[in-house]
Design a binder for this molecule. Structure first.
Ligand SMILES: Cc1cc2nc3c(=O)[nH]c(=O)nc-3n(C[C@H](O)[C@H](O)[C@H](O)COP(=O)(O)O)c2cc1C
Length: 246
């Protein structure tokens, strides 16, 4: 078997019992990594909505049944309320304390491996651009804007932007989970991103949107778009979101 395949299989089947004999950063008494990224003070921030009076709810059975990957989107704006709703359901922090973060998605040992970024292509009231979702405050912080972004995002997604109104970029800060789970962390980090994308998929159905999960992307180009270093923080999952045709 190819070495790379063998090694990568090991990553998703770590021997949990070995963890008891490992000197993890936590066992060494090292300082716990920050639970959240602090947005740059110089950047513009935007408070998102926490109530959604214009969104008509659907039943869980209904959204599970209607979900399909969607790769063609109607060219209409997503409302600010709809964008707020997607972030609220898929990424928000419900509560946190010194050693634990509780989100709408499960996070291994409450270590919160993830930070989410969005590319807004066509959303009412907000300029097109790349934004960090400030998860503990339910805000967006503008990272960069500019007309050239549309092409750059499309290139980084290997031409899979497909006119989507929004792109979600789920990034991992592995040290947060490695702190507690050491060599077992990486499987959990990947699973966590899957949970977020599933919440995004189901909440998108509520607002008559569809999602296409994307793993086929250019790692370096996506990370560079988000201004992250690709070592201590890197993208692990992307998703385009757009309106269904009526
Ligand atoms: C981890 C993961 C990665 C995926 N990556 C891509 C991708 O890069 N491009 C794409 O068009 N679809 C991608 N998909 C979507 C799958 O192709 C899709 O889920 C599959 O065809 C089943 O269709 P369904 O989602 O409608 O059930 C991905 C799905 C998953 C779960």
């Amino acid at each position: 078997m190819d070495d790379r395949i063998k090694r990568n299989r090991e990553t998703i089947k770590p021997n949990w019992l070995d963890l008891y004999n490992v000197n993890s950063p936590k066992r060494q008494g090292l300082q716990r990594p920050d639970q959240f990224i602090k947005p740059n003070n110089q950047n513009q921030t935007f408070n998102l909505l926490k109530e959604f009076p214009n969104i008509k709810q659907k039943s869980l059975s209904e959204v599970i049944a209607s979900r399909r990957s969607l790769r063609q989107y109607e060219q209409v704006d997503l409302s600010f309320e709809e964008l707020s709703y997607l972030l609220w359901e898929s990424c928000r922090v419900v509560s946190f304390k010194e050693n634990a973060v509780f989100r709408t998605i499960p996070t291994a040992g409450a270590t919160n491996s993830m930070e989410t970024y969005v590319y807004l292509n066509q959303v009412n009231e907000l300029d097109s651009g790349i934004y960090l979702y400030v998860q503990d405050k339910h805000k967006l912080s503008l990272i960069k804007s500019g007309k050239e972004l549309n092409n750059l995002v499309n290139e980084s997604l290997l031409k899979q932007l497909r006119g989507a109104q929004v792109v979600f970029f789920f990034t991992a800060i592995p040290a947060r989970t490695e702190y507690k789970y050491d060599f077992c962390a990486h499987k959990m980090i990947a699973i966590e991103a899957g949970h977020a994308c599933q919440n995004l998929s189901l909440s998108s159905e509520v607002i008559d949107c569809g999602v296409c999960a994307i793993c086929a992307y250019d790692q370096k180009k996506v990370d560079s778009l988000l201004n992250i270093d690709s070592e201590e923080q890197f993208t692990i999952y992307c998703a385009t979101v757009g309106k269904k045709y009526n």
